[in-house]
Design a protein around this ligand. Structure first.
Ligand SMILES: N[C@@H](CCC(=O)N[C@@H](CS)C(=O)NCC(=O)O)C(=O)O
Length: 201
């Protein structure tokens, strides 16, 4: 059995969507970030860095943190939602790592600046440019394909949770093909089921 400790944030939703897509049996343990449950002793033993998401996979005696590592682990374990063909797989990796290493940290920086009262244009311009550049690239790819990298994969999952959470703020509605892609992802039964676990999100 897989146990997922998570919350309805961009990173937190990635493994929940994937578990729903894969149809694997799992238990969901919500972590209330506002109440600081991620800093409590029981959670800190699972992840000393005090971040969600975390999975525990009893079948492999494995506790795993980092949303990207969790998605790769589950996709490789089941051999699903990562293309088998090396070329297509490389393209899926491109989108997957570009989102996780370039775009996700920008969301975190901007959220921190928000908490501190906004931040000057000098501080926010760089992160906003990075997000928009990624979306321009994604928009160009999605004019010729339904999903990033061709077929639906974990690359779409990681990009989607960010768009859903931060899209409007970054002027996402200017990107037609990206908006249509987001709607395709949003209406997938597994994605609906995942967000349905956290109705307030
Ligand atoms: N690189 C990590 C980032 C995890 C992360 O930032 N988690 C946030 C929620 S999205 C968190 O747990 N924040 C709680 C805190 O900072 O106290 C991943 O992708 O899993």
């Amino acid at each position: 059995m897989i146990h997922l400790h998570t919350a309805p944030t961009g990173n937190g939703m990635k493994p929940l969507i994937l578990l729903e897509e894969l149809g694997l049996p799992y238990t969901l343990i919500p972590v209330d970030l506002k109440r600081g449950e991620q800093k409590e002793a029981a959670f800190s033993r699972l992840n000393p860095a005090q971040h969600i998401p975390v999975i525990r996979d009893d079948s492999n005696d494995l506790t795993l943190v980092e949303s990207g590592a969790i998605l790769l682990y589950l996709a490789e374990k089941t051999r699903r939602l990562l293309p088998a063909d090396p070329r297509e797989r490389a393209l899926a990796y491109h989108w997957f790592f570009s989102q996780i290493t370039n775009v996700d940290p920008c969301g975190r920086t901007l959220a921190t600046l928000d908490r501190l009262g906004g931040g000057s244009p000098e501080l926010t311009e760089g992160p906003i440019q990075t997000v928009r550049r990624f979306w321009q690239e994604a928009q160009a790819a999605l004019e010729h394909a339904d999903y990033l990298g061709g077929s639906y994969s974990i690359a779409d999952i990681v990009a989607y949770t960010f768009v859903r959470r931060h899209g409007v703020r970054f002027g996402f509605e200017d990107f037609g093909a990206l908006v249509r892609w987001a709607e395709r992802v949003r209406t997938r039964p597994a994605v609906q089921a995942a967000y349905g676990k956290f109705p307030a999100s």
